[in-house]
Ligand binder design. Sequence first.
Ligand code: NAG
Ligand code: NAG
Ligand code: NAG
Ligand code: NAG
Ligand code: NAG
Ligand code: NAG
Ligand code: ZN
Length: 931
Amino acid sequence: MGKGFYISNTVVIVGIVLAAGALCTITALPAAITSLPTTEPWDQWRLPQTLSPQTYNITMWPRLEPDPNGLYIFTGLSKVVFRCVIDTDLILIHSNKLNMTKPPILTALGSSPAPAIALTVMHPLTQYMAIHLTEKLIAGESYELYTEFIGELSDDLGGFYRSEYYENGVKKVVATTQMQPTDARKAFPCFDEPAMKAVFHITLYHDPATVALSNGVVIDKANVTVDDILVTRTTFAPTEVMSTYLLAFIVSEFGFIEQNIDSLQIRIFARQEAINAGQGQYALNVTGPILKFFEKYYNVPYPLPKSDQIALPDFSAGAMENWGLITYRETALLYDEEISSNGNKERIATIIAHELAHQWFGNLVTLRWWNDLWLNEGFASYVEYLGAHEAEPDWNIKDLIVLYDVHRVFAIDALASSHPLSSKEEEIQRPEQINEVFDTISYSKGASVLRMLSDFLTEAVFTQGLQTYLDYFKFNNTVYTDLWEHLQMAVDKTSTSLPKTVQEIMDRWVLQMGFPVVTINTATGEITQEHFLLDPETKPDRPSEFNYEWFVPISWTKKEAAQPLHWLLKKTDQSDQMKIGSGDWILANINVAGYYRVNYDNANWNSLLNVLKTSKESIPVINRAQLIDDAFNLAKAGIVETTLALRTTLFLDSETEYMPWESALDNLDYFYLMFDRTEVYGPMQTYVGKQVKYLFDHFTTLTHWEGVPPGHTDQYNQVNALRVACSTGLENCTTLVKTWFQKWMDDPTVNPIKANLRSTVYCSAIAAGGEQEWDFAWQEFEKATVAAEKDKLRAAMACATEPWLLNRYLKYTLDPNKIRKQDATSTIISIAGNVVGQSLAWDFVRANWEYIFNQYGGGSFSFSNLINGITKRFSTEFELQQLKQFRDDNAHIGFGSGTLAIQQSIERTTANIKWVKKNQQAVLEWFSNPS
Ligand SMILES: *[C@@H]1O[C@H](CO)[C@@H](O)[C@H](O)[C@H]1NC(C)=O
Ligand SMILES: *[C@@H]1O[C@H](CO)[C@@H](O)[C@H](O)[C@H]1NC(C)=O
Ligand SMILES: *[C@@H]1O[C@H](CO)[C@@H](O)[C@H](O)[C@H]1NC(C)=O
Ligand SMILES: *[C@@H]1O[C@H](CO)[C@@H](O)[C@H](O)[C@H]1NC(C)=O
Ligand SMILES: *[C@@H]1O[C@H](CO)[C@@H](O)[C@H](O)[C@H]1NC(C)=O
Ligand SMILES: *[C@@H]1O[C@H](CO)[C@@H](O)[C@H](O)[C@H]1NC(C)=O
Ligand SMILES: [Zn+2]
């Protein structure tokens, strides 16, 4: 039996009888072929509609000890019952990297007998097992296919894989799964498409000392002897009708804590050591309230009898919403009161809310195909804020979507190489293409436009439509327009007046890429919209049937007085209301509820700058952040002067709110990236240092750097104050940080640094220090038992300023014994973020691309993040040439989920070159004499 294909006993006999030629066709296709050779069904990426799975009975046995060849394996049996929908003599079922250990057996469940199997061929490229029959299956009849197989339990973070960790010096192995999007087929043969829903009966064999988990509750546990080995057989209750990508099975020695809410069992699993240390408690505390919130919000009871959540030492995404058994990276679930920061805590609350939101939206009702992924992910990324708000009502977390999603995705969606939210079904076919749709556009733009929709419909109408959608399609599949229909029904039932239908409005935001900049001329009352492109000289890659015009809901105030919503339905419009005299000012897109930027005539800009300086409370906090972000980006696109953007930061010398500060620092970050290797650097540092002094003094008075500010976002801004004051060289700051770190080095048993401040303090101290500080951090990194602490040290070690330390660290990233695979790319990105590390990281990635690509291909996000991360500072012709060279040199290896990112990086570098050339002088002058 060769890799990737199997000739059944029947084949050999039939083959002799039929023709020798038949055997010649049984060859595994080389995986490098990218264009499909024929129109045969097994050369298509999508399953034919001939068969429909009903139930699977799956038994899996992962081995947590290596076999004599050092290979970790699992064995499995599967019985799938399917109904024939259209007569066919071919059973095409997904199977990837599995070896069949017995010939498949086909049984008929109806009256007509099962045809014999003529030939079984594996197609590694399209990831199918093709079973050719001597006669046709009959439409309407049901059949059962039995397979026995063996697969590798590898450490590649996909399918059924293994994760390792040490406890008291002993290596432990966990067998776990990550199926989404297309790796269920790597665990067992299955019809691996989201609309091929079925009921799954799962049984796991495992060592009696381990715990087995799956989507359902345990219904039977027995000790049995197999091949002279005593094993426990755990049987799970059949699942609801569900998609393959939401399955999970896990065998581990983990511990857990639990809580029952009504009759619902909620459990948090993790390494025994982490559970003993209480690290699961926060997650357990917030899960109940968030679940209860979503039950109310969706008006559908939680669909399952239990909710398990588990933290895994190796995990490629942040978390995965497997139905009833959600998997997380440790940092996304585990919280330690002493060690974790409030940022860690916020991440846990929001990510739990995100995954719980999917238990209904995504799991109970599932999009038919991956081209609509944006609705699934965009929706969860929006309501995660609502769920987290329920758990932590004092945080003002709902505001932060503007920083984390809206502003962040604006930066990408303003590129000509962006893409629409929705893709055509036929454009998303191959696994790499499916992986590529898990990008910032799907998550953050999806969240932003749904928030806008909920805002203009009102939350009551939005939830009403959502509830009937979920009820109508439960256990079924949809396309995104099904949601629009239900929202429209909700609109029609109320007195809400919309200028267009939900579908007409949303088509503009979903089917064309990008977003508009709305310009309000307060002298004439004219309102216009324009497709906003960061580099106005580029042309969008694709035409739009809507000509890059949107239906824009404009919320606005005249001074502080709220005005009725103004719908901009064409390119240019006129509103006498928006024509104002001197002394008045207009502010639009209140709380950035809309997915667009706003520009004004100079007079209104000047009025707004004046209000910021003299009475900033007249402008909502979110809009203070917006004015900065809009101005900086309009300047980048050449629409307003760069000095206007810089002037929006003048008021910060009396601002203590987090959102405006964060917005300004994000934008100034770009100036640092472009100029920290030029003469602009000095004056820029002086200016930023002067602005932050007020904030630093504010927190000095408030906390004396001993206490913790009470407000959630104040805690973030305290970190900003410390980080920026230290990085601009404020002596009182650097002294504090050095003292704290030295104290810790003197007595490593007690870390005197406040949890929230650790990232910043570690980074500053390591940047100012040398080998001794770095090695101390490495030691503490290896010792740390809280993942959040490990992450902080890992990021801080990238702040070193000696090239040899950074080069050594880069080498560590490719050694999984030093840096876990899941963390390799983010570590390289951190090093590239350091001005000293930038070129080292770039050289390193270029030199090792093939290896990185092959070893780290598992994650959905990592390649695009890696490429964007290492190139974000690029701003010279030389760097642009290198980037193009890199693209051409590695064309034969490919860039996987980073393919689009390469294009985006080239576009961004080109824009940066132009921008620096045009602005350097003016920026230098402004920073030298800011006003
Ligand atoms: C599957 O078969 C191939 C080819 O014989 C072999 O290299 C591979 O190790 C097998 N996998 C397992 C898990 O046994
Ligand atoms: C699958 O397992 C369930 C529960 O053990 C059993 O009732 C059912 O008959 C099995 N189905 C098949 C096809 O073996
Ligand atoms: C299986 O055996 C283990 C010890 O080998 C024992 O602790 C466990 O209770 C047994 N489980 C069942 C269901 O009998
Ligand atoms: C969890 O809730 C309990 C009871 O309200 C509280 O005492 C404890 O501090 C909470 N733990 C965490 C980590 O939030
Ligand atoms: C799923 O929805 C389709 C319509 O979109 C309907 O025809 C079908 O009957 C539904 N299936 C189930 C199981 O409800
Ligand atoms: C530094 O701190 C000391 C006392 O803590 C204070 O008197 C001094 O004004 C501070 N210096 C600056 C530049 O803030
Ligand atoms: Zn999600």
